[in-house]
Design a protein around this ligand. Structure first.
Ligand code: UDP
Length: 481
């Protein structure tokens, strides 16, 4: 059976759909392509709502386990990345017990323990038990390069002393970014998260390797090679590009109102709007996005989430009356004026199915890395509306280096106004003009993504290389007993 005879890999996903979804696909591939058994472990703290978890449809060939809740009531509400770190740290005893019970039930050591980048504390357990420890990065190499750069900036500094990034950050591959475009956590050494990230990156150095959800063509030129060189020099653990980890569509068609609606739209006519698992548009950005979509005159499917409300917005009585229905926060009359050509839904959607639907032409995305890879997997060009995390950086690379996105300019306060959005939409939907090259590039990248995961493709080979290494190690482990 899967669980008793095969070498076993344990993967650990931090809270959040964007971490669980790609790690589940990695686990599935290890089982279905490379002959492992796998257990996917999640935390009870901040676990996903049941309906989201159900729609993630964890692969049946992968076992699951959940670590019991740990007390984090002492953490401030805005604990940032520290929340993840603390959950992982406080869960180590439970993880140790779980890993021990998995290996003793099979009388053989684990082949590998693979925590994602926010729970790399688990490497301590791997080291303790003599199991190979690998960190999974659900984002790209450019992000990892930023982490390395932050670490190198701090080489030789006394502990507790922190240095800010320069005004303009130059990454390998000719990517340069303003400090203002970095993830918020990297903009201020005084924030708790800044030293925390640094400490985590230093911990990555003790990993046996890192698995990154990316492939060669998705990265700025030369970045893959730069990491190879760093590994050869002993400056960084080996990095394995194993993406895109997007689960192929299953044949089973899950009926949903938005898929049925898409079935009734002409081929290549619909703008799909989905800004990640959490939402997070400001109210003003919501208004501008709605106006941009309306002005473009295009058909659309919008997965609407609650806006992030400011204190004053929360306090006004008008706002109070709208409650927690996300649709109530769209501009007055928007849904009526666009009835017939647009559909707004608040449910969790099967995003890969939506993006791969023949009616879908364009994706308005926050450029979360999973959504980005899903758009590439489906060959759909992107209008980039980055919100937080490393999304601005992703958007810059997608537009400037990969060429699959248009990024309407933001105002100084960060809001992308309606004109920019409607222009980008029109450009991507019109037959001629600027959008044509972007559409063609999205098609090329779709092919590149397919190639990377074919048996001879770079990502599949990278995973095969790891699989061989892990199996050897697991076999040696048995002999030693
Ligand atoms: N997603 C989905 N349905 C939704 C919203 C999101 O399936 O209604 C999925 C999406 O396909 C992606 C993940 O949730 O796989 C979001 O990850 P991403 O990295 O794009 O963004 P995050 O939510 O982490 O910011």
């Amino acid at each position: 059976s899967y669980t008793t005879e095969r070498p076993h890999v344990v993967l650990l996903a931090s809270p959040g759909a964007g971490h669980l979804i790609p790690l589940a696909e990695l686990a599935r591939r290890l089982v279905e392509h490379h002959g492992f058994a796998a257990t996917l472990v999640t935390f009870t703290n901040r676990s996903l709502p049941a309906h989201v978890l159900a729609s993630c449809r964890l692969p049946e060939t992968v076992a699951t386990a959940t670590l019991p809740a740990v007390d984090i009531s002492d953490l401030p509400a805005d604990a940032d990345i520290n929340m993840y770190v603390q959950v992982a740290r406080r869960s180590l005893p439970n993880l140790r017990t779980l890993v021990r019970s998995i290996s003793s039930a099979r009388a053989r050591p684990l082949a590998a323990l693979v925590p994602d980048f926010l729970c790399s504390e688990a490497l301590l357990v791997a080291a303790e038990l003599g199991v190979p420890g690998y960190v999974f990065l659900p984002t790209n190499l450019a992000y990892l390069a930023l982490r390395r750069q932050q670490m190198e900036m701090h080489h030789g500094l006394p502990p507790g002393e922190y240095r800010d990034f320069p005004e303009v950050v130059e990454l390998a591959g000719g990517v340069s970014m303003r400090r203002a475009d970095l993830p918020a956590l990297y903009r201020d050494p005084k924030r708790l998260a800044f030293p925390q990230l640094l400490e985590d990156t230093r911990r990555y150095l003790r990993a046996d390797g890192l698995l990154v959800n990316t492939f060669y063509e998705m990265e700025p030129p030369g970045l893959v090679e730069a990491f190879k060189l760093a590994t050869e020099r002993g400056a960084f653990p080996p990095v394995f590009a194993v993406g895109p980890l997007v689960r192929p569509r299953s044949a089973a068609v899950d009926a949903s109102p938005c898929l049925e609606w898409l079935d009734r739209q002409p081929t290549g006519s619909v703008v799909c709007v989905s800004l990640g698992s959490g939402g997070g548009l400001s109210l003003e950005q919501t208004t501008e996005l709605a106006a941009g979509i309306e002005d473009s005159g295009q058909r659309f499917l919008w997965v609407v989430r609650m806006p992030n409300l400011s204190t004053s917005e929360l306090e006004t009585t008008a706002a109070g009356g709208k409650g927690d229905d996300p649709l109530a926060w769209l501009p007055e009359g928007f849904l009526d004026r666009t009835a017939g050509r647009g559909l707004a839904v608040t449910a969790w959607v099967a995003q890969v199915r939506v993006l791969s639907h023949p009616a879908t032409a364009v994706f308005v995305s926050h450029c979360g890395w999973n959504s980005t890879l899903e758009s590439v997997h489906c060959g759909v060009p992107v209008v980039a509306l980055p919100l937080g995390a490393e999304q601005k950086m992703n958007a810059i690379i997608l537009e400037g280096k990969v060429g699959v996105a248009l990024r309407p300019a933001a105002r100084a306060d960060g809001v992308v106004v309606r004109e920019g959005i409607s222009t980008a939409l029109k450009e991507l939907l019109e037959v001629e003009g600027k959008g044509r090259a972007v559409r063609r590039r999205a098609g090329d990248m779709q092919q590149a993504a397919v190639r990377a995961c074919l048996p001879e493709g770079s990502s599949r080979r990278a995973l095969q290389e790891l699989a061989t290494k892990w199996k050897l190690k697991a076999a040696c482990g048995i002999e030693e007993k």
